[in-house]
Design a protein around this ligand. Structure first.
Ligand SMILES: C[S@@+](CC[C@H](N)C(=O)[O-])C[C@H]1O[C@@H](n2cnc3c(N)ncnc32)[C@H](O)[C@@H]1O
Length: 441
């Protein structure tokens, strides 16, 4: 969408934030689908504010809704429904942001005009003023699920999976994620890139476990960093950066990077090893175009296939792979701190469906791996069903699959579960399997 710069000043930020929140929560669109288009209509300094407000409301939603139920007797319906989202935004500004009380109330009330619910102005004004007068924000509920900021189903699952560390886990999920960069070793050395950043006054931290990583100390527009157009770096969380080291591709290996879009791990694999024969497989054509775009910027090449991983007969050339990275479709519960819309878009019923898809893809890919070959299974989930339970079930039904004992598995569980916040990383899961053969044991 091409923005009209004259219109940028006329738009009401709060009305647009409420519209995005409404679109995510009521229409089930992801923030990735609806937020950037809305941001395009605003001036640069307002784009970040818009995201902060939308993400803030999504992070605190159960608490904001609890307050709404206390102050709004009858739920609003039909065209007035969006007013509820506007009020939630008003609460968020008053309780969690540095916006002055006066601006939070008057500007939020004003947004009713842009949303064409002008008749709601009195109601919004009354509720926000009551909120301030009654000090509603200081009334925290005793319900742990509401305070957790998570939907009920997810709270319950995490409480069962992580009874000992639940409070810390919830805190980590609520925190904002830092920006991690991966230096493209084929274009620039880490040291030279660090110098470029320092010259521009951009502060960063290094991570001892990640040879190509930098963590930015402050959030910035990454496209404005030195060397973005030249492909000096990619934006990639530290947990995702472990995939290349864990797969350990060797020169001339025939590699399948399965479920590859937008190509974050594809690029990294091509950076760490020379002369790979790499095939990136992705089911979604639109998302696959992102792989092309990202590889072109970084200066890498791979064979790109559009196909369903669970149906190799439709795309496989019959040459077995030395190594397979299966970055499986998953609940993405490990990256909620980065994309808080995920927790409202996912439903409890999605989990079993995802477990079935992962199961089917694993079974379909296994025959494509050479004897002695390695399959690295990865998800950005923190749910055991998708991770160590999935792996345990696969090992139980697959005679020639075994755990690679050179990989650092968790105690008593196959694979490594990384929880959000661990060494500043996103929540991720990895498990490395070896295909044994007649002579391989
Ligand atoms: C977790 S994302 C992959 C992230 C990617 N590996 C990276 O590092 O940038 C999972 C991807 O799997 C794709 N996908 C889902 N089901 C698939 C299937 N049956 N076959 C192939 N790709 C699939 C999704 O469209 C999505 O792009």
């Amino acid at each position: 969408m091409k923005a009209n710069p004259n219109k940028r000043t006329q738009r009401n930020l709060r009305a647009d934030a409420a519209t995005v929140i409404f679109t995510i929560l009521e229409k089930g669109q992801s923030a990735r689908e609806c937020l950037p288009a809305m941001q395009e209509l605003h001036k640069d300094q307002d784009k970040a504010w818009l995201q902060e407000m939308v993400y803030g409301v999504l992070r605190q939603l159960p608490l904001l809704q609890y307050w709404l139920r206390a102050l709004l007797e009858t739920p609003l319906k039909n065209k007035f429904k969006i007013t509820e989202h506007l009020i939630l935004l008003g609460f968020y500004q008053l309780a969690f942001s540095r916006v002055s009380q006066h601006a939070a109330v008057s500007e939020t009330v004003e947004a009713c005009r842009s949303l064409r619910v002008e008749s709601m102005r009195g109601l919004v004004n009354g509720i926000l003023r009551n909120f301030i007068r009654n000090e509603t924000s200081q009334q925290t509920p005793s319900d742990e699920q509401i305070n957790s900021g998570l939907p009920k189903w997810l709270y319950k699952r995490l409480a069962v999976a992580y009874p000992q560390s639940l409070t810390d886990l919830i805190q980590q999920i609520e925190n904002k994620a830092p920006i991690w960069l991966r230096v493209n070793a084929k274009k620039i050395s880490s040291r030279d890139f660090q110098q470029e950043l320092s010259q521009k006054g951009i502060e960063y931290t290094l991570s001892p476990q990640h040879p190509h990583a930098l963590i930015l100390n402050k959030s910035v527009d990454v496209t404005s960093l030195p060397g973005f157009e030249l492909g000096w770096f990619a934006v990639q969380d530290g947990a995702a950066q472990l995939a290349a080291a864990y797969l350990e591709p060797q020169t001339h290996d025939n590699i399948l990077d399965c479920c590859a879009a937008p190509g974050g791990k594809t690029g990294h694999l091509l950076e760490v090893t020379h002369d790979l024969v790499l095939t990136a497989l992705e089911i979604d054509m639109q998302r696959a175009s992102k792989i092309e775009e990202n590889l072109a910027r970084l200066g890498h090449q791979a064979t790109l296939l559009i196909g369903d991983a669970s149906q190799p007969q439709t795309w496989w050339d019959g040459k077995q792979y030395d190594r397979i990275l299966l970055d499986a479709p998953c609940s993405a519960t490990g990256i909620i701190r980065r994309h808080p819309d995920i927790k409202w878009l996912r439903k409890a019923s999605d989990i079993q469906a995802l477990v079935t898809i992962q199961h089917d893809i694993l079974d379909a890919l296994w025959p494509l791996l050479k004897e002695g070959g390695i399959l690295l299974y990865a998800t950005c989930s923190i749910l055991p069903e998708e991770n160590h339970q999935q792996m345990a079930a696969f090992l139980a039904r697959t005679a020639n699959a075994r755990l690679d004992t050179s990989f650092k598995h968790d105690a008593h569980q196959p694979g490594r579960q990384i929880l959000p916040g661990e060494q500043q990383m996103d929540g991720f899961y990895y498990c490395r399997l070896i295909k044994s053969g007649e002579n391989l044991g």
